[in-house]
Design a protein around this ligand. Structure first.
Ligand SMILES: [Zn+2]
Length: 216
């Protein structure tokens, strides 16, 4: 084989190998790209106050509804997003709240309870008794509620854990005033490094406030 032809063949071979390796790099990068194969954890920030909007469709997602209420329909607000996240719980819902008087969020919690979701509520002993508090309604429905047994400080947390993997937390109490009239923030996250400490805190508070341990 003449020398020039051999060099050309060698050059062509090297070009194919280079293209091949680049293709392999591209495939590996594609495979390891976040969001492909390994799903990115959910992170969402919601700010309040939220515009009033109809939320009936969130309770009946399969039914094409024709709601006649006076609220605007089809709006995607901070509150509809919050409610949508809450209703996504399938197995468990752990709520740790200072004040809970919002009837729409209470309706969602009752619905989850009726679906068989294990609901536990930790709340503030004084605030659970105020007018409009939903705690008594949740208790009557058979939901397990605990409050601080030794009152040395307020139970001032505002967080919820869904299925042990989604955390909802921020400044927002679950009250109509907070939702419609206050400047508030909420973070919804599935970051395990954030979810796990909240899970531990909830379980510690739940155990520490077990009424069975405080019998005389
Ligand atoms: Zn409506």
């Amino acid at each position: 084989m003449p020398l020039m032809s051999s060099l050309k063949i060698l050059g062509l071979g090297a070009a194919f190998i280079t293209v091949g390796l680049k293709g392999l790099d591209w495939l590996l990068a594609l495979h390891h790209r976040p969001g492909r194969g390994s799903r990115q954890p959910l992170n969402e920030v919601l700010f309040f106050p939220s515009l009033p909007a109809c939320v009936e469709h969130l309770y009946n997602p399969d039914r094409s509804h024709s709601c006649a209420c006076p609220l605007p329909h089809g709006l995607n607000t901070s509150f509809t997003k919050l409610l949508e996240h809450l209703l996504s719980a399938c197995v468990s819902l752990d709520i740790c709240l200072f004040s809970f008087s919002n009837t729409e969020l209470s309706r969602a919690v009752l619905l989850l309870h009726s679906r068989g979701v294990r609901v536990r509520v930790l709340t503030d002993r004084n605030y659970m008794a105020i007018t409009g508090s939903q705690i008594g309604i949740l208790r009557k429905a058979g939901i397990c509620v605990r409050h601080e047994l030794v009152i040395t400080m307020h139970m001032h947390h505002k967080f919820a854990l869904l299925d042990g993997r989604k955390l909802i937390t921020g400044s927002l109490n679950w009250t109509l005033t907070a939702i419609q009239s206050n400047k508030e923030n909420v973070i919804v996250t599935e970051e395990p490094e954030l979810v796990r400490p909240y899970e531990r805190e909830f379980n510690n508070l739940w155990k520490a406030n077990d009424p069975a341990k405080h019998l005389p």
